[in-house]
Design a protein around this ligand. Sequence first.
Ligand SMILES: C[S@@+](CC[C@H](N)C(=O)[O-])C[C@H]1O[C@@H](n2cnc3c(N)ncnc32)[C@H](O)[C@@H]1O
Length: 323
Amino acid sequence: MEKLKIVDLFAGAGGWTTGLKAAGHEVIWAVDNWEPAIETYRAEHGNHIDKIDVMDLSSDHEKLLEADVIVGSPPCKRFSLLNKKRDYDLSLTQTFLNLTKSKPFVMENVPMVKKIVETNLNEYGGRNYLVKLKNFGVPQHRTRFVKTNILRLDGFMPEIETDISYYLPFLDKVNGMEAFPNHSKRIEEKMSEVEPGTQHPDHRFGVYYRIPRSGVSQCIVNVTKAMTIHPKFNRRLRAQEAAVLQTFPVDYKFQGNIGQRAEQVGNAVPPRFAYYIGLYLKYWWCEKPSLDDIDAHRSIWEKIYKEGNQKKYNGYRNWESFK
Ligand SMILES: C[S@@+](CC[C@H](N)C(=O)[O-])C[C@H]1O[C@@H](n2cnc3c(N)ncnc32)[C@H](O)[C@@H]1O
């Protein structure tokens, strides 16, 4: 099996890294500049993460030269729909694209960045895709922009079946890892009025959303900022539970205070998605088909789904071997 050397820029708590390792790759270097996320990454994956401002890196850094593939998720706060200001600072995205100019890369970001990149950073190579992560085993309506100069993510890919009911039993296993949130009686009452898979019927409380018991959930964001309610109980989801629905192993330990942990979870690339991309990289590496060779990419996807579907998420530390 091909084990690629991968660099993870803007690595955060390690969503990309977790999935890529599950697919058998080695992440040789990771970079972030936010201490709580770096602590999480170190505790889970080791000391190969450095606290560096990506803006200070140059493309001839020895680790970038050594990498077979560079992945990264330049932060999306300024572009996110949750951020009312929506000012478009492209500097980190552009920095990522400058650093990866002569390397195979996969960049992930929120959907609206696609248009902005197409309008303002059109000179960079590769292709731009909007990808639905529910087609990659992630039980959420989470669409992401992916830019890559090596992989094809167009419509011919087969889809895998995803149902949140598969993940819900693992919510019960998040015990003792995080305190329960404290709500007032009034908030609990409001929560009790929300049916699974819906928002509160009164639009004034529309931010209240209860996780469904089957099907696919709304996109999981920072649970201390959104009112994401547990499927069975009248309380918001704990960060560690949100992490399960982000497809992290149940006992993946996020560091920092509750707000910082919830932020890391909401920010993360779901490992299950990263895992499928990791399988893709493995087969791509063997053949290195051109982006125009649709048949070659289609046959790679057939292999990926055959391999990917044989393995089940078991929610535990040994996620890699999910038997
Ligand atoms: C969208 S999150 C990345 C999530 C991560 N890829 C994962 O899968 O868990 C963006 C990350 O970029 C980091 N970041 C923001 N500005 C940075 C900079 N100038 N240099 C390095 N890291 C930065 C943030 O601390 C945050 O962890």
